[in-house]
Design a protein around this ligand. Structure first.
Ligand SMILES: [Zn+2]
Length: 460
């Protein structure tokens, strides 16, 4: 009798589990079907890239992107759409950057005009500067040369990303300090300018910009990035003529900070409206290219998550927000402001999910969870693996959502195939044409599936 009772209880438990699992599986299938046949995210991205274009925080084109984001979110028909004021810097590149160098070989003088772009935040050069070049591979090598080897020269950091790292984000992270600190470290030893090899794994003529951070206690010297190919050519020219003269004329300048906005759509939960789930990406981009992968893709995917769930007739248990963050690139003001306001308002976040790795084929998710929560998260593997989502790894989520970390149960990032991401990142080649429609839609479907599971099941 006991044995029969035990079997009946076991059957009831497994049937319940099966029913929930089957319901989840059907819902995820519906999400994918909708995302791959009716999604509008690719057309949203076309509009953002082609009608608005690049949108550096603080710029008039970022104003246009904010207005577009608000209109697009209103069309979703959720409970409320609002703007959250954010103070952002203003920096303008000005007219085209100019650079050239001359070198002598075999008795001939050669003049070159390398592809170059000012680093974000760089000071300009009221008059062109011209100086000889010293090439280094690292901050350590710079320190060894010291003032005797650096003073009065332009420092050329010629270090590529480590090709042996399969995680290209780690390769970028390894070279990033050169862009962030290199100009100030060069100034420490009396350099008059700084150029860096672009932080890319590509071998082409695109120069890649990105923020540099000046050390306030050191002189601010002009700083720019050279394309990978131009860096190789300059290095070759230096071997032929170590006395070559490099001329740099940047027209960029900083202006006072101003107010722009995070744009937020909120869909009230039906069972736990005081628990929040935030989905987002950053609306701003660098001021070259179109910010298609970085991070137009994350913006349109986030909007599509809410559109997909809405059009499938889903009723969320928790309150779901889509946040179009402003100014990730130049100080993370949107993310910091959002987290600070959530804290002030006492918002309880169950989770936040960001897409900011480009609109490439999704592979899974990165997450910041404790052991128990991570165990719960991996129980969803069988539901997600049929869609090619195999990566469930700890560490990393998104720059915009990380400031929420003290007030959130779980932070997640859409993990994509990043092998080509740094070919486009922060360059004139980050344009709409480089985004594949199906890959973009698959990313949105993966995000919607995770949001559905978090909303239904949570982690505890
Ligand atoms: Zn980004």
């Amino acid at each position: 009798m006991k044995r029969i009772l035990f079997l009946l209880i076991s059957l009831a438990i497994s049937t319940k589990g099966l029913t929930q699992g089957a319901a989840d599986s059907l819902m995820i299938a519906d999400i994918y079907k909708h995302s791959l046949t009716q999604a509008l995210c690719y057309e949203d991205l076309r509009y953002l890239c082609k009608q608005i274009g690049h949108r550096l925080a603080g710029s008039p084109s970022a104003d246009k992107a904010i207005a577009w984001g608000e209109r697009t979110l209103v069309e979703l028909g959720v409970d409320r759409v609002f703007r959250m004021p954010v103070e952002v810097p203003q920096w303008q590149r000005g007219t085209k950057e100019e650079a050239s160098y001359t070198y002598r070989s075999e008795g001939m003088e050669h003049e070159c005009f390398p592809s170059l772009t000012a680093l974000g935040g760089s000071v300009g050069t009221p008059k062109a500067i011209e100086a000889s070049i010293v090439e280094v591979k690292s901050l350590e090598e710079l320190a060894v040369l010291g003032r005797a080897g650096i003073e009065g020269k332009i420092v050329f950091f010629n270090k590529g990303l480590d090709p042996m790292l399969i995680n290209t984000g780690a390769a970028y992270g390894g070279a990033y300090p050169i862009r962030g600190k290199g100009p100030s470290e060069a100034a420490r030893y009396g350099a008059v300018g700084c150029i860096i090899r672009s932080l890319t794994l590509g071998d082409d003529d695109y120069a890649h910009t990105g923020a540099t951070q000046y050390n306030d206690s050191l002189a601010r010297i002009p700083a720019a990035a050279l394309s990978a190919r131009a860096s190789a050519e300059l290095s070759r020219a230096l071997k032929l003529d170590s006395a070559l003269r490099f001329r740099l004329h940047l027209h960029c300048e900083a202006k006072p900070r101003r107010t722009q906005y995070n744009v937020i759509a909120e869909w009230k939960g039906s069972e736990s409206p005081d628990q929040y789930i935030t989905i987002g990406g950053h609306l701003d981009s660098w001021d070259i290219g179109e910010g298609a992968h970085d991070d137009g893709a994350g913006i349109v995917q986030s909007i599509q998550v809410m559109r997909t769930l809405k059009q499938l007739g889903y009723r969320p248990k928790c309150t779901i927000r889509v946040v179009l963050f402003i100014n990730e690139e130049f100080g993370n003001d949107g993310g910091e402001t959002y987290a600070a306001i959530c804290k002030t308002e006492g918002l309880r976040h169950r989770a936040a999910l960001e897409s900011d790795g480009g609109g490439f084929t999704p592979r899974g998710f990165s997450c910041e969870l404790n052991d128990t929560q991570f165990g719960r998260f991996t129980e969803w593997k069988p539901l997600l693996e049929p869609y090619g989502l195999h990566q469930f790894r700890r560490g990393g989520s998104g720059v915009d959502i990380r400031p929420l970390q003290d007030d959130v149960i779980g932070l997640f990032g859409l993990a994509v195939d990043t092998q080509r991401y740094f070919d486009y990142h922060h360059s004139g080649n980050d344009v709409f044409e480089q985004v594949n429609r199906r890959e973009l839609e698959l990313g949105s479907a993966a995000m919607a599936s995770l949001i559905y599971l978090i909303d239904q099941c949570g982690f505890e």
